[in-house]
Each structure stands twice: as C-alpha cells, then as structure tokens.
Design a protein around this ligand. Structure first.
Ligand code: SF4
Ligand code: SF4
Length: 315
C-alpha cells in the first residue's frame, strides 16, 4: 500500500500495529510501505527464464540461491510477513564542474544508501518488536536473495514499468527498495497489485542508448550501462563509451524519460572535476568517497569509465 502524507484530518495512530508501523515509516522518510506473505514470488518463473537466457553478464551470483528466492520463508525461519519499503533518493543529477554526471542514486555527499537504510530499518523494526515481543526480524538491503520488486508489487505499492523499475504512482521510480522480514503475522492491507499504467508508451525502450531494454520488461543486463560502469569487472570499451554521453557511473536514461518521474531536472555540483578524479590517489578516494555508493565500483573502475567517455569523444 502507498502511504500518503499525513493531513490534519487523518486519524491518529491507534493500537493497530500496521498503522503504527506506517506512521513511523512516514516519520522516518519512507515514501511507501507494503505488506505481503512470504509466498512464491509472482515473478519467479520470469526471473528463472531470465537467468536461463544468460543476460546477467558477470553477475553470476544473481542466479545462485534460486531455492531461497523461490521460498523466502527460508531467509528467516518462521517468517510470516514481508514488509516492503521504498525510500526516495534525490532527483538531482550529481555533476562535475566540467559537465560530467553520475546516476542520481549515488548522492555523493551521503553515506552509501545500504548503511542509511539499514539503520532506518532497525528503528522501524522496534515497532514490530514492541507490538509482537516474541517476533524475530531480518532486515534486507540488497543483502539477501529476494525478488524485492515482486513483493513490492504484490503488496500494492506500485506497478512494474516496461523499464523493469517499480513505479509508485504520484512519485515515480527514484526510490531505493528494502524489506523487513518478520515472524510477526502483520495484517495485510486490502490493496491489490497496481495495474500497469504504461499503456502504449515505449519511451524508455526508445531512449535506452545501448538497446539493453530489448522489449517491454526484458533487459539484457550485459548491455546495460548501469552494469557496464559499476558491476562489470572489465573496463568499459570506447563503443560503450559512445553511449554513455557524459555519465560515468550508472545510467538514469530509462527513468529520466519516464512520464511518471515528474520532478524538474536539477543539478547538484557536488563532484570534483574529472581531471581531479583521474589524478586522485586511492587514499584520497577512500577519504572522500569510501563510504559512498562510488566505493562499490572503486577508483580504478571509475577512472576507466571516464577514460572510455573521453576516448569516445575524440574518435
Ligand atoms: S539503465 Fe541505461 S542502459 Fe540500462 S536499460 Fe536503462 S537506459 Fe538502458
Ligand atoms: S517510460 Fe513509458 S513505458 Fe517506460 S516505464 Fe515509463 S511509462 Fe512505462
């Protein structure tokens, strides 16, 4: 279900544990909360087909633990409820003074979102434990093999766009997802999954620079710039560099063109110039970016991404 901003007329939180949890989640900055049972994920078969089609590039780990993905109860013994949560990230595009950018979620001045969200998840979990003192909890922030979009969708938080992102009507897709698994049997809302609202739109498919979005809901991750500039072990080649435009970490194109992301384009000049990054020593990188989302790829990968763009420009 989608949480709305509190209004003067809204009912105060009662002893309903779900209402308390939703109120607290709103207070902590979450945009949407949904509840579902830890059953076989709705999109499990499609996920298996995608794994079998071998479009995950180097990310072989995605195909492991299919048994755990199929049965999320195995992630927490006695699990009764999956609480799906969406936290908004900045819609501002991080920029360097010389005109380069990175994906919005990187938020260069903030600690990596995994740590932020885990802490918020701990604070939220206290409500569950207060209401259900015997309950046990597991917080998942990209840390467990769980089909999180499938559960977020099943809980009625939003719909899956043709770009494969969870789209929350009224907000869009610039959100981080996380889950709290609990042995408490929280009541489910009556919300049904939100029907796709993409209609005849194909803007994300048309705009994808590499053709990674091959058809609606079908991604060849090995061609996706988010994969190539972050997860892929090898250096980005100049062919991919030509598609990167000026974005050297991640890619937002299929979200930027989506009409459900309505924020006006704005920039955040919090990155050093690409010359400074290319001349940066490891120690300095660790000090400046060691706790940010950039640490996942590391300085060497980031430098090679910048070089790929530059070499594509001079060709
Ligand atoms: S992130 Fe970029 S490269 Fe990947 S599917 Fe979206 S538009 Fe295409
Ligand atoms: S760009 Fe259009 S087709 Fe793609 S996810 Fe958004 S609404 Fe759906």
């Amino acid at each position: 279900m989608i949480t709305k901003s509190p209004t003067r007329n809204s009912q105060p939180a009662t002893h309903n544990p779900t209402s308390r949890l939703i109120e607290k989640a709103k207070h902590l900055g979450f945009l949407a909360v949904g509840f579902s049972r830890p059953e076989r994920p709705m999109f499990f078969d499609q996920f298996c087909e995608w794994i079998a089609s071998d479009k995950q590039g180097d990310m072989r780990w995605i195909g492991r633990h299919l048994d755990l993905r199929e049965n999320p109860k195995t992630l927490l013994e006695g699990c009764q409820t999956i609480v799906s949560l969406a936290y908004p990230y900045s819609s501002k595009k991080p920029c360097t003074p010389d005109g380069f950018t990175t994906a919005r979620y990187t938020e260069p001045k903030k600690t990596d979102y995994h740590d932020q969200l885990r802490e918020l998840g701990r604070r939220l979990s206290r409500i569950i434990v207060e209401e259900y003192p015997e309950s046990r909890i597991r917080i998942c922030v990209d840390s467990a093999p769980i089909l999180e979009r499938s559960f977020a969708y099943a809980s009625g938080m939003g719909f899956i766009g043709k770009n494969n992102m969870l789209i929350i009507p009224g907000h869009g897709s610039y959100v981080f997802l996380m889950e709290i698994l609990t042995t408490a049997s929280l009541p489910l809302s009556k919300n049904k999954p939100v029907k796709s609202q993409c209609g005849t739109c194909t803007q994300c498919l048309d705009a994808c620079p590499t053709g990674a979005l091959e058809s609606p809901f079908s991604l060849d991750a090995s061609k996706c710039l988010s994969y190539l500039t972050i997860e892929c072990r090898g250096a980005v080649d100049s062919k991919a560099g030509r598609y990167m435009d000026n974005c050297f970490f991640g890619c937002d194109v299929c979200q930027e063109v989506c009409p459900f992301n309505t924020e006006r384009y704005s920039r955040d000049f919090s990155l050093p110039s690409t010359d400074e990054i290319l001349g940066m020593e490891e120690e300095c990188f660790k000090e400046q970016f060691g706790k940010t989302a950039f640490a996942r790829a590391g300085l060497g990968k980031i430098k090679s991404n910048i070089k790929a763009i530059r070499s594509a420009v001079v060709q």
